[in-house]
Design a protein around this ligand. Sequence first.
Ligand code: HEC
Ligand code: HEC
Ligand code: HEC
Length: 125
Amino acid sequence: MYDGGKIITGLIIFIGLMTFPVWHNGGNAGVLPKQEKPVGKTACVKPTVEMRTSHMLLLNQWRDEALREENRKPFTVDGQDYEKSLMVGCMNCHTDKKKFCDECHLYTAVKPYCWDCHFPPKENL
Ligand code: HEC
Ligand code: HEC
Ligand code: HEC
């Protein structure tokens, strides 16, 4: 048997939680995280807006190319070659995992499991 009352109460709580960031602060989602941008670099491997939304897809693509297709051709940003790699590609420019990746992931409640195996740059361990 369905308990209509419980389902509706559940739904109301669910919707309340899901929209909490919206009504909590009068429509203001709170203070946006301020990530530390790489010093002395001007561009990412793809346009910033695209990186913001799709960096996880690019990482998967790189992993597949590097490991499954053995295509480790470097990619070039501002005339400089970088490796198709999380550790020596991305983290070569984004040297501070805490103040860049984590800062944003904490805010968006994402916990990539990559660091179980991959090391962030040594100075920030
Ligand atoms: C269970 C351990 C493990 C986890 C978890 C893991 N990786 Fe890897 N990853 C590896 C190993 C081993 C290699 C191979 C290293 C090599 O041969 O260069 C690799 C290679 C890669 C490469 C290509 C080459 C390089 O050196 O970076 C990318 C990109 C990559 N992983 C991304 C990711 C991302 C993104 C995540 C999280 C979503 C992730 N990995 C999680 C073990 C792991
Ligand atoms: C050549 C240096 C370089 C490499 C390599 C690089 N980035 Fe970036 N990345 C930058 C710079 C510089 C910016 C800021 C650009 C701007 O301010 O418009 C940026 C921006 C970003 C952003 C958007 C941040 C925001 O403001 O919303 C994300 C996410 C990101 N990078 C992730 C990655 C990932 C993941 C990798 C590896 C797949 C990577 N980057 C590789 C230099 C790099
Ligand atoms: C501008 C904010 C921002 C920055 C900076 C950022 N990320 Fe993310 N990242 C996100 C968001 C949001 C998601 C979740 C997207 C989704 O679930 O569709 C995510 C997801 C991921 C995922 C997939 C995790 C999963 O469980 O599916 C990986 C891997 C990842 N990020 C790696 C990185 C790395 C490495 C850096 C630093 C070089 C970085 N990100 C910097 C916002 C960011």
